[in-house]
Every structure is written in C-alpha cells, then in structure tokens.
Design a protein around this ligand. Structure first.
Ligand code: FPP
Length: 234
C-alpha cells in the first residue's frame, strides 16, 4: 500500500493524512474482495524497515492501526471476514497486541474472506523464524537436517495454511517487492501501478484483475502443457 506520503504531500497535508486516506482505500478494497469472491487478501501495513521512519510518523501509524481495529472489528465479523495478522508482534505495544488478538478471536469463525494484515513483518524475518523453528525440532531430535525440504520449511512460515498468492499488487509506482512474502511469491503474478494507495479502489482492482486474467501461468511448464497456444506465450 505505497504512496500515502506522496498523496498527502501533493495536497500540502501532513503524511499522516495520507495514511488516514489509506485506511479508506483499505475499506473499499476489502469490500471489493468480498463482492468479487476474492477469498484471501493480504495487506502490507507496516514493515520491519518502517521502524526507521520518524518517531512521530510511527506513533501516528500505530495509533491509526489501533483506532481502526477498535472501530472495524465488529463490522468485519458481521461481513464474514476472518482477520489475521502476520509479523513479529513482540515489537508492538501491549494494547495493540491485545486488540489484534481480540479482533482475531471475534472473527475466527468466519470463512468467506481472509483478511491478513502484515504488521512488523518482513519476508526474510518470516523465513528466518521458520528456519529457527526447524532448528529447534532438530535440537530435540524430532527431525533430521536431511529431512528438510520446501514443504517442511513452507509449513513453518506465516500463512502456511493458505494458498500461495495469485496476484501481487504494488501501488505508488515503485517496481520492487520490498521484502514482502518472499517465499510465497515464487510463482505469483506481479502488478505495479503508478496510482497512489489512497486513490486505489474498485476500479484499480478491476484493472489489476483484468491484467491478471490475461497472464499465462506456466509454473515452469511449456505453453502446450498449460492448455494455451504457443503464440500466447508472454
Ligand atoms: C506506505 O506509504 C504506507 C505505509 C507505510 C502505511 C500503510 C498503512 C495504511 C494504508 C493504513 C492501513 C490501516 C489498516 C488498518 C490496515 P508511504 O508512506 O511510504 O508513501 P510514500 O512512498 O508516498 O512516502
């Protein structure tokens, strides 16, 4: 969800105003996914690298998360959304941790849409914590190093119980992954747009989904094996 700061600067507003407008965009996109039957949506709200921002911006982002959680948890529960968080919670305030847990509990029975918010998350952190947990199993003698394969490592990662993402969208014009779901994105289609996150909404989602629908996913196979014509290759 990139571009909040620039959106605000363009309007001569403080960066925080961009993040506030970003929350409204989150609303629209979650609603879109519910209507269109998109089952899983993962949003990158705060990276481990974001701690390097000015303290005042970090403070207002954390406040914004907390307020949004307190305000939205009931509505998400009513709208059949199951909310989950990924990332290192130990770096967050105990109040925020508490409300994250409460919102997860409140929405746990829902199955229509999975909304996952990545907070204090990083793809490398996730792989490291998975490796540590395999290491511990080796220490206890439960596992031998030779038994480790992609399946075993993948099972220790955040979101192990969900399908790998079909589509990655980055708003705000930069064309990089910035440490988001590094393992899970191995075969994900990438989509980059100049649109700043606060301006991102249903029309932008429609565009991204249309581009995705035109892509040919081969997962290492040749076009003939995927049922597509060779001249469709892209
Ligand atoms: C990146 O834009 C955005 C963030 C670091 C924060 C994203 C958070 C929100 C949109 C709020 C989400 C809220 C909930 C409840 C999930 P940037 O500040 O880096 O923008 P810039 O590149 O223009 O400076």
């Amino acid at each position: 969800m990139d571009g909040n700061g620039r959106w605000a600067q363009q309007r001569k507003l403080p960066r925080t105003a961009g993040h506030q407008a970003g929350v409204k965009a989150v609303h629209k996109v979650v609603e879109f996914c519910g209507h269109k039957g998109i089952k899983v949506l993962t949003l990158f709200a705060f990276s481990r690298e974001n701690w390097n921002r000015p303290e005042s911006e970090i403070g207002s982002l954390m406040e914004l998360f907390l307020k949004a959680l307190k305000r939205e948890a009931d509505q998400l529960a009513e709208n059949h959304v199951r909310l989950r968080f990924i990332g290192d919670r130990s770096g967050l305030s105990s109040e925020l941790q508490k409300h994250m847990r409460l919102a997860e509990e409140k929405t746990a029975v829902n199955e229509e849409t999975d909304l996952i918010i990545a907070v204090n998350y990083g793809g490398r952190w996730d792989i490291v914590q998975a490796a540590r947990s395999l290491g511990k199993r080796i220490e206890t003698g439960e596992l031998r190093a030779e038994q480790i394969d992609a399946g075993l490592l993948g099972a220790e990662l955040s979101l192990a119980n969900l399908p790998e993402p079909d589509l990655f969208i980055r708003s705000g014009g930069d064309q990089r992954i910035s440490n988001f779901m590094l393992w899970q994105l191995a075969y994900t289609e990438l989509y980059f747009t100049e649109v700043l996150w606060p301006d991102f909404g249903p029309e932008e989602m429609e565009k991204a989904v249309a581009v995705y629908a035109g892509r040919q996913r081969r997962f290492g196979r040749v076009p003939e094996q995927t049922g597509a014509r060779a001249d469709d290759e892209c």
